[in-house]
Design a binder for this molecule. Structure first.
Ligand code: GLV
Ligand code: MN
Ligand code: MN
Length: 404
C-alpha cells in the first residue's frame, strides 16, 4: 500500500522521535556519538525500505540512492542535534530527501538523486561545525592535526573517536555532485511573521569560533580582600558584555551577531574566588570585513580586560568558515517552482550555518527554508508543521522534475 506523502513524513518523524529523547522534551544527539549512529541506522533502514542502496564514506556520512549515477543531485542535511535541541533542525531536510526518493520511485522517474545524512553539523560536541560535510568537501580550514586534537564533551579527542571508528580526517573529496540542495527549518521568525510558506536562501553567514581560557588565582573568598584578587570569572563577565557590545555595533552596520554561548567557572564553589574560566565565542556575519572587525575587537577587549585584572589569557581559534552565496540559477529555479505551485516564497539570507556552506564553494548549491514555530530553534520547543516540510519538498520536487 502506498502511503500518502503526509502520512509518510509523519512515519519518518516517528521513527526518529525517540532517539536521544530528553525527559523534559527535546533531544540531545551529539555528533559522532552512539545516538547519532542510531539516527544514521534508522535513516539507512528507511532508505532500504524504499529499495535504496546505502553506503557510508570515511567521514561517517550516510548516502542513499535508487539508481546509480556518475553525476547526481545531492539532497542533504544532518541528523545530530545541539545539547537540548529540537527534532526538526537537520532531520527535516533528511526527511525531505527520503520523500523525494519515494516520489521518484512511485512516479518511475529516473532522477539521478542521492540523499545524504551528514555527521556532526552542530558545533556542540567538538566546537567545530559541518564536520561530516566539511571533511568530504575539503572545506574545513582546520588541518587534520588540529581537528584530531579537538576534545568532545565526553573528554575524548576527535582523533581518538575517528581511530576507534575506522574513519579518516583526510577522506577523498566527494565527486559527481551536479547540484547540492538542502531543505531546512528557518530557525528565525521571518517566514512565520510574514505568513510566507517557503524561503529561498540567498547567502549563509560565516561563523568564527574562539575559545578563551582565563587563569587567575583561586583563593579563600572570605579572607582575600577585594583589592587583592585575580578573579577569572569577573574578567570573563566583562568579556561577555564586551562581545555583546561588539555584536550590537556590527548588527547595526552589517547584520552580524556575536554570542558567548559557553562559560565554565572553576572551581565553581561558593567560598572560592574563581581561579579559572573558559569562554566559547561564536561570531557570525555575511561580510568578511565585519567578521574581521569583530574578531579583532573581541581579542583586543579580552587582552585589555585580562591585563588590567592580572589574568593570564590563552586564545584558541576553534573554527571558521567563510560566508557563502547560493547559486543564482538555483535560486531563480526554486522561486519559479514555488510560483508554479502557488506556494508563497521569499528570497532571504540565513544567519544559521548549514551543510550547504561546505558545498557552495565547489558545486551549484541551493537551500529551501520552511517556517518553524515562533522562530524557535536549538531549543526543545523547536517545532515545524509536517505540512511545511511537504511544502518545501513540493518546491524541490517541482524544481527537480524540470531539471535538464
Ligand atoms: C548550526 O545549527 C549553527 O550553529 O548555525
Ligand atoms: Mn542547528
Ligand atoms: Mn541544522
Amino acid at each position: 500500500m502506498e502511503l500518502s506523502d503526509l502520512t509518510y513524513i509523519q512515519r519518518l518523524f516517528d521513527v526518529f522521535y525517540g532517539v536521544g529523547a530528553l525527559p523534559g522534551g527535546g533531544v540531545t544527539r551529539l555528533g559522532y556519538t552512539e545516538l547519532e549512529d542510531e539516527m544514521h541506522r534508522r535513516f539507512s533502514d528507511l532508505a532500504k525500505e524504499l529499495g535504496c542502496t546505502v553506503d557510508t564514506d570515511l567521514a561517517g556520512n550516510t548516502y542513499a540512492w535508487l539508481i546509480p549515477a556518475h553525476e547526481y543531485v545531492l539532497i542533504g542535511s544532518h541528523l545530530d542535534s545541539v545539547i537540548q535541541g529540537g527534532r526538526y533542525d537537520g532531520v527535516a531536510g533528511v526527511m525531505a530527501g527520503l520523500l523525494l526518493l519515494k516520489r521518484a520511485k512511485e512516479a518511475n522517474l529516473p532522477l539521478p538523486l542521492k540523499v545524504a545524512a551528514f555527521r556532526c553539523e552542530e558545533s556542540s560536541n567538538f566546537g567545530c561545525c559541518t564536520m561530516g560535510s566539511g571533511l568530504v568537501t575539503h572545506q574545513l580550514k582546520e588541518g587534520p592535526e588540529k581537528l584530531a586534537g579537538l576534545t568532545g564533551k565526553n573528554g575524548e579527542t576527535l582523533g581518538e573517536v575517528f581511530a576507534r571508528r575506522g574513519l579518516s580526517l583526510t577522506p577523498p573529496r566527494i565527486t559527481g555532485v551536479k547540484e547540492y540542495l538542502e531543505l531546512h527549518i528557518e530557525q528565525g521568525k521571518v517566514l512565520e511573521e510574514t505568513g510566507v510558506r517557503v524561503g529561498v536562501v540567498s547567502t549563509i553567514a560565516g561563523p568564527r569560533r574562539w575559545k578563551l581560557q582565563l587563569k587567575g588565582l583561586a583563593e579563600h573568598s572570605g579572607a582575600t580582600p577585594m583589592s587583592m584578587r585575580q578573579d577569572a570569572l569577573c574578567a570573563a563577565a566583562e568579556i561577555v558584555l564586551a562581545v555583546e557590545r561588539i555584536g550590537q555595533r556590527e548588527a547595526a552596520l552589517c547584520e552580524s551577531v556575536a554570542t558567548v554561548g559557553v562559560i565554565q567557572n572553576t572551581p565553581n564553589a561558593l567560598n572560592v574566588v574563581p581561579g579559572a574560566a573558559e569562554l566559547g565565542i561564536d561570531l557570525r556575519g555575511s561580510h568578511t570585513d565585519s567578521l574581521d572587525r569583530m574578531e579583532h575587537d573581541t581579542l583586543t577587549a579580552a587582552r585589555k580586560i585580562c591585563a588590567r585584572r592580572h589574568i593570564d589569557l590563552i586564545e584558541s581559534k576553534l573554527s571558521e568558515m567563510d560566508p557563502v552565496s547560493m547559486d543564482e540559477g538555483i535560486q531563480r529555479g526554486l522561486m519559479a517552482a514555488a510560483e508554479r505551485l502557488s506556494i508563497s516564497c521569499r528570497n532571504m539570507p540565513s544567519g544559521a550555518g548549514h551543510d550547504a556552506m561546505a558545498f557552495a564553494p565547489l558545486f551549484p548549491t541551493g537551500m529551501v527554508f520552511i517556517p518553524c514555530k515562533q522562530g524557535i530553534s536549538h531549543n526543545p520547543l523547536e517545532s515545524a508543521s509536517l505540512q511545511s516540510i511537504l511544502d518545501g519538498t513540493d518546491v524541490l520536487w517541482a524544481y527537480l522534475k524540470d531539471m535538464k
